[in-house]
Design a protein around this ligand. Structure first.
Ligand code: ADP
Ligand code: MG
Length: 733
């Protein structure tokens, strides 16, 4: 016979330990609570040090108010808080914590030491805690103003919890995620996260940075450049939204979603899904945006108690608020991606653009958008792209033979070198490799966890700054070269490129773009060269990879180059074979660096296997490859670090930039031509440069180009028509 079991009241420490497990599920949860405590204590600097993903040590130091000595013996007990007195206070609570549960919970599952000093105290005090209680009376000690809390051996007494955790590496990834998100949201507070004993920080944001600065630091410049600010307030639903969201030029494989509700990092799958549906019409299939939202909802309407970890949040009027957010995002995306506007006109003799012209234009546009009824007819631009596009005047052939998609998820492009680069014509062609495995450099695809709460504890996490592939390059030489480009940027031209509309290619060298009521003739060659120069420096160390379908022997490439007129080889330079051998040896000796930083792989037998992918969907004209290889050996400054990177970038612009002799001719004509061309393989589709210039080069110029000041004067950009002036001409007729 089975006896009924006896019901016993659980021992209090057991109860507390169970409760602790609910609040603190992993090191990152504990850290989040402690960061919030620092912020509640008005800290402006928060430094986190961890060991073994926070399992061995989780230490947080702030410069906040500190804890009074007389409170130190109860600070780790359950339901002790300095933030709440009565139940009614719950409705208007403005601090993060209020339940007095975090420190108590942590002290039940780890060894906690607190060292703290208030502003008026003569010294700091230190105490060790176990199961919510002080182990021994607090002791005076030296210390700065603020609080340091060390949590050691987390879950030492909860074997099941410890087993359920991922590897220290993955726990560290979660910690990086929490710290970097709080760092972004709390502009004005400096954050540092370090592994114990390491000198470089995994996250570091300065105190005086803006939110966008912080996003740039954490997620990289490619996303920071594409952000749109969102500001919205709805008094009826009593909520306020501030945010930064990516525009239609940017996308990642997994949505990066940073949500703060009343300054607490939370998750809401309903908000994320709703916003993602808005993006679906703007982004390539299966691609997602970057979203940072700070939502302030009247505390009366948020139920923060919904879950012990307070992660997935629900609030009153959720549907109405979400709908309002959707509308707001939609409007922003529409505005940033203004429908294509065209107008065409026989080219007038161009006058150089003056800097003031462009600046005036942009200030005008700001004024006119704020004052809508001031747009006169002569300032209006047509928006019917069907009639007005320049391409309509050319014989257009469907783009069937060019298989290019605009998504960024494709990483390795296979190039066919079998066509050799011998002939003077461009003959690069691309094949998509669907089995590509290496991820493109774009940062932080992996930091966004699959936001569904049930799986959040099992999502894979990542290493440094949450990115397995994006490396933060801190070489001073590179940073300086980048800084020079930034300092030399022409604001007006940046504005022009940022908001331009592509009208059409005149030839390989020139294209026409429109900005507001003006039409410009721009030099694609100069622009593309500078673009690749910048890409080479800004994405340094993080390029994607183009793999040659057949590895190309460097020796033969060098011979080919030396045989061309361009190389300027003469007898006095010595035998070509000897020079070619020198090229092979030199490049092989640099192979490790070239592969690591430059995605250029040379195998043991001296064959070139990969080239850096500087821009998605862009493959340089391969006839330039022999010269590129020769010049890597002869023109790059291999002596000095900065000189080396700078000359490498210059060689990239030469090779990757658009060339004058690239054919933009129509495919139909193309076929006819190649028929008279005896050595041409007609079955091979030609690389469509016109398509590439319009769909790859110009969007990149729009998205991330920092035009140098010289471009306003050297005829790279020429204004050829101005709508108001044309009106004047017609009025006289
Ligand atoms: P809660 O934040 O909900 O009040 P906690 O257990 O997180 O509960 O913290 C308990 C109390 O300890 C807080 O109310 C606060 O007074 C004090 N405290 C914790 N961390 C800090 C800190 N970094 N600086 C100053 N006071 C702190
Ligand atoms: Mg707290």
């Amino acid at each position: 016979m089975v006896m009924a079991s006896v019901i016993r009241k659980l021992d209090e420490t057991v109860v507390n330990r169970i409760a602790a497990g609910e609040v603190i599920q992993r090191p990152a949860n504990a850290l989040k609570e402690m960061i919030e405590n620092c912020l509640d204590a008005k800290a402006t600097s928060i430094q986190v040090t961890v060991k073994s993903g926070g399992l061995k040590l989780l230490q947080i130091q702030d410069n906040g108010t500190g804890i009074r000595k007389e409170d130190m013996d109860i600070v780790c007990e359950r339901f002790t808080t300095s933030k709440l007195r009565e139940f009614e206070d719950l409705n208007s609570i403005a601090t993060y914590g209020f339940r007095g549960e975090a420190l108590a919970s942590i002290s039940h599952v780890a060894h906690v030491t607190i060292t703290t000093r208030t502003l008026d105290a003569k010294c700091a005090y230190k105490g060790g805690y176990l199961d919510g209680k002080l182990k021994a009376p607090v002791k005076p000690c030296a210390g700065n103003k603020g609080t340091q809390i060390s949590v050691e051996d987390l879950f030492y007494n909860v074997a099941t919890r410890r087993k359920a955790l991922k590897s220290p590496g993955e726990e560290h990834g979660k910690i990086v995620e929490v710290v970097s998100r709080y760092a972004i949201h709390n502009a004005g507070v400096a954050f540092t996260l370090k592994k114990q004993g390491e000198s470089t920080a995994d996250v570091r944001t300065p105190q005086n940075a803006t939110i966008v600065d912080n996003i740039r630091t954490v997620f990289g410049p490619s996303v920071a450049r594409e952000l749109i600010e969102v500001k919205h307030e709805n008094t009826k639903l009593s909520f306020k939204l501030d945010g930064q969201i990516s525009n239609a030029n940017y996308s990642v494989k997994k949505c990066i979603f940073l949500l703060f509700i009343n300054h607490r990092l939370v998750d809401s799958s309903s908000i994320r899904k709703a916003v993602e549906t808005v993006y679906a019409t703007y982004l390539p299939k299966n691609m997602h945006p970057f979203l940072y939202f700070s939502l302030e909802i009247s505390p009366n309407n948020v139920d923060v108690n919904v879950h012990p970890t307070k992660h997935e949040v629900h609030f009153l009027h959720e549907e109405a608020i979400i709908e309002d957010i959707q509308k707001c995002v939609e409007q922003k995306l529409l505005g940033s991606n203004a429908s294509r506007t065209y107008f065409t006109q026989a080219l007038l003799p161009g006058a150089p653009v003056s800097i003031s012209d462009i600046q005036k234009d942009t200030s005008e546009s700001a004024a006119s958008s704020s004052n809508k009824d001031k747009v006169y007819a002569h300032q209006m631009v047509r928006t019917d792209d069907k009639i007005q596009k320049l391409d309509a005047f050319l014989h257009k052939v469907p783009q069937d033979s060019v298989v290019m998609d605009t998504s960024v998820n494709r990483t390795e492009e296979k190039m066919d070198t079998s066509s050799g680069g011998q002939d003077g014509e461009a003959s690069g062609r691309a094949e998509q490799s669907s089995s590509s495995t290496e991820s493109r450099k774009r940062p932080l695809e992996s930091t966004s966890e699959d936001q569904s709460p049930s799986t959040s504890s099992s999502t894979p996490s990542s290493s440094k700054t949450g990115t397995p592939h994006y490396r933060d390059i801190k070489l001073t030489s590179i940073l300086k070269l980048q800084q020079e480009i930034e300092d030399n940027m022409h604001e007006g031209l940046r504005e022009l490129f940022k908001h331009h509309t592509f009208v059409g290619c005149v030839n390989a060298e020139h294209a026409v773009i429109q900005h507001q009521t003006k039409l410009y003739l721009v030099n694609t060659i100069k622009l593309s060269q500078e673009l690749f120069h910048q890409l080479a420096l800004f994405d340094f160390g993080n390029f994607g990879i183009m793999r040659l379908s057949n590895a190309a022997p460097i020796y033969e490439l060098a011979i080919l180059a030396l045989e061309s007129e361009e190389s300027g080889w003469s007898e006095s330079d010595g035998p070509k074979e000897q020079l070619a051998q020198y090229v092979v040896e030199l490049l092989q000796s640099k192979a490790e660096m070239l592969e690591d930083y430059f995605s250029l792989e040379i195998d043991k037998s001296g064959q070139l296997c990969t080239l850096p992918l500087l821009l998605d969907n862009f493959i340089p004209a391969l006839d330039g490859l022999p010269m590129f290889v020769l010049r890597l050996a002869t023109e790059v400054d291999w002596e000095d670090e900065r000189g080396c990177f700078s000359t490498l970038a210059k060689e990239c612009c030469r090779f990757y930039g658009i060339h004058k002799n690239l054919r933009l001719v129509d495919k139909k004509e193309d076929v006819n031509k190649s028929m008279d061309n005896e050595d041409k393989d007609t079955s091979m589709p030609d690389y469509d440069w016109r398509w590439t210039i319009e769909h790859v080069i110009y969007p990149a110029l729009k998205a991330q180009f920092l035009p140098p000041k010289a471009f306003a004067e050297n005829a790279s950009v020429l204004q050829v028509a101005n709508l108001p002036d044309l009106y004047k001409v017609f009025e006289r007729c």
